[in-house]
Design a protein around this ligand. Structure first.
Ligand code: NOJ
Ligand code: CA
Length: 603
């Protein structure tokens, strides 16, 4: 399976990590993170001050809204979104009808990879605010019935984490075995590839102890050693710390890479393009998850979702089969991977992938449904048509899809407005470490700049990280200062304030679609059945629960199409959703407008 966030060949092949400057001074004491390694019994979730009442399996019925804190709302004019900014927008979140917010990392971090490099798991990044701001935010969410899921980034820490500072200073550090080392006297370590490294090398030589350390991501993201029970206990304690504060679950970052054979045997056949697969599902991965479940998750009514679902549906089931007591759900990359190496994609591929993943979990287990996130381009630019004539209709269609599939929908912030890929004039406009370092490598190798920028424009992660477009005032109402990443110039017409007023907007369609999903359990739990699999333009399926059946018909094309209703499917009543104002003409075929999406009960 492809790396999830480096999707285009030109961009992917050239993606590297600039070797950042020397390590920061060793001022932080390793004990400030945690000294709690004993398996203390966790506090019951009910004792958490701000906990919400939650029925079992609530995570199946919720809609998750992924919120990228750096880009959501700035409260103090420094150009960076923050927790107070999010707190000021809670009524907006409530108005959407989403049940859960997944917040990308807000922990202390030198921000080499926008918070996915954590230097203290129990502190808030000062740019984002304080712990008091966090407590206020959680309280405000819970007061509105919204749950909070946090990112848990424990495949690696930051190289500025106190554990790593201690570990790299001496071979006898008590934290040495929290990481993976290869002593230089053993020679060059066995080949391992890295995603962001400028040389693609996952081993970084570290002079103080004459050893190499492992980093699958950037050299500022050293991999944590899960073979060490002490490290695992630290992670459990971190999880309890946040759950005891009352949060409602974790999204577990890069979890497919966590387990490693510490002897690092040679991996014949390992290449730059297959390493993500090769590192997937290492030894003891499921032992670690079962331990997390036993020690932590089972004591809280918390939702758990892992990034990375294994290499196929069979492996994915191992994470989420309830009998195995590991996680609630995972999200796979095959859906967002469709069309990731080209300017177009085939709808039949998208249908095949989503249908395959649905059927594998039809009897047991559960999956996330998503078409985008902070590592992907904007869904409307990739799977819809972001030209002005079709942008709104196609964004509504894609949201209809997300909210009518079986599985928990993950809606990425801004997609409820149909926010699009942005325009970047040159490498200086990009902020993502992946883009900037891929460019540095390209220059070294005298690569094809035109192809590189073409690919970057379509697939850069910065496309989905531009500031949220609140209104038509300067910087889209995101900040009074200079935004950390340029606002998409289309904010003047594409913004929340304008859409809030317009009952036909993408935003109000999104709200209606969520309400319909909540009203009709068939859309959550109903059996999914694909119709007309070979149709290259229409994605149609039914959902059935007991006597209730609903038909979803999506015209994934910028041309009108007529779709003959299959024998035996007769619309019975008004559509629950329709992204065009006109009523559906009665007859044996549906005459569908470009990107029309219709959800209608059937007999
Ligand atoms: C996956 C995250 O979604 C991505 O943004 C990050 O760069 C890597 N994991 C490394 O933590
Ligand atoms: Ca700020």
């Amino acid at each position: 399976m492809r790396s999830p966030f480096l999707s285009s060949s030109a961009f992917r092949l050239a993606t590297v990590m600039l070797l950042a400057g020397g390590s920061a001074a060793c001022s932080q004491n390793a004990k400030t993170e945690t000294a709690t390694t004993a398996a203390t019994p966790p506090a019951a979730a009910t004792t958490a001050p701000a906990a919400l009442a939650k029925p079992a399996d609530w995570w199946k019925e919720t809609v998750v809204y992924q919120l990228y804190p750096r880009s959501f709302q700035d409260s103090n004019g420094d150009g960076v979104g923050d927790l107070k900014g999010i707190s000021s927008r809670l009524d907006y979140l409530k108005s959407l009808g989403v049940g859960t917010v997944w917040l990308n990392p807000i922990y202390a971090s030198p921000n080499d990879d926008n918070g996915y490099d954590i230097s203290d798991y129990r502190q808030i990044m000062p740019e984002f605010g304080t712990m008091a701001d966090f407590d206020e935010l959680l309280k405000g969410m819970h007061a509105r019935g919204i749950k909070l899921v946090m990112d848990l980034v424990v495949n690696h820490s930051s190289d500025e984490h106190a554990w790593f500072k201690s570990a790299r200073a001496s071979r006898t550090s008590p934290y040495r075995d929290y990481y993976y080392w290869w002593p230089a006297e053993k020679g060059t370590p066995p080949k391992r590839y890295s995603t962001f490294d400028v040389k693609k090398d996952a081993w970084q030589y570290d002079a103080p102890t004459k050893s190499y350390y492992l980093h699958i991501f950037s050299k500022k993201q050293p991999d944590l050693n899960w073979n060490n029970p002490k490290l695992r206990q630290e992670v459990h304690a971190i999880m309890r710390y946040w759950l005891d504060k009352g949060i409602d679950g974790f999204r577990m970052d890069a979890f497919q890479f966590v387990a490693k054979d510490p002897s690092f045997p040679p991996m014949p056949g390992l290449t730059e393009s297959n390493y993500a697969n090769a590192y997937n599902h290492g030894p003891h991965l499921h032992d670690y998850l079962q331990e997390i479940n036993k020690e932590v998750l089972s004591h809280y009514n918390a939702m758990s979702v892992a990034e990375g679902a294994g290499r196929n549906t069979t492996e994915a089931m191992l994470f989420v089969d309830p009998a195995r007591k590991e996680l609630d759900m995972t999200y796979h990359f095959e859906g967002v991977g469709v069309g990731s190496n080209s300017d177009t994609y085939k709808l039949t591929d998208l249908k095949r992938v989503f249908t395959k993943w649905d059927s594998a979990f039809a009897q047991k287990g559960w999956q996330a449904i998503d078409l985008g996130n902070h590592d992907q381009p904007r869904m409307v630019s990739k799977f819809g048509d972001d030209r002005p004539a079709f942008r709104a209709a196609s964004a509504k269609l894609l949201n209809t899809f997300l909210l009518t599939m079986r599985g928990t929908p993950y809606c990425y912030n801004g997609d409820e407005l149909g926010m699009t890929n942005s325009t970047f004039k040159g490498i200086g406009d990009y902020r993502d470490v992946a883009a900037r370092n891929a460019y540095a490598l390209l220059r070294q190798q005298h690569g094809n700049e035109a192809a590189f920028f073409h690919s970057l424009a379509r697939f850069s992660r910065d496309n989905s990280r531009t500031p949220f477009q609140w209104d038509a005032t300067a910087h889209a109402g995101f900040t009074t200062g200079t935004p950390w990443l340029g606002v998409n110039p289309n904010y003047v017409t594409l913004n929340e304030a304008a859409q809030n007023q317009d009952s036909a907007s993408v935003l109000n369609h999104f709200r209606r679609a969520i309400a319909v999903r909540q009203q009709h359990k068939v859309l959550i739990h109903g059996q999914y059945h694909l119709l007309d699999a070979a149709n290259p333009a229409i994605y149609a399926y039914t959902r059935t629960l007991g006597a209730e059946r609903v038909l979803v018909v999506l015209n994934f094309s910028s041309a009108p199409h007529s779709w003959p209703l299959p024998a035996g499917l007769v619309p019975s009543g008004r559509p629950w959703l329709n992204n065009y104002p006109q009523a559906l003409p009665a007859g044996p075929a549906l005459a569908l407008q470009p990107w029309q999406a219709v959800v209608v009960p059937v007999r």
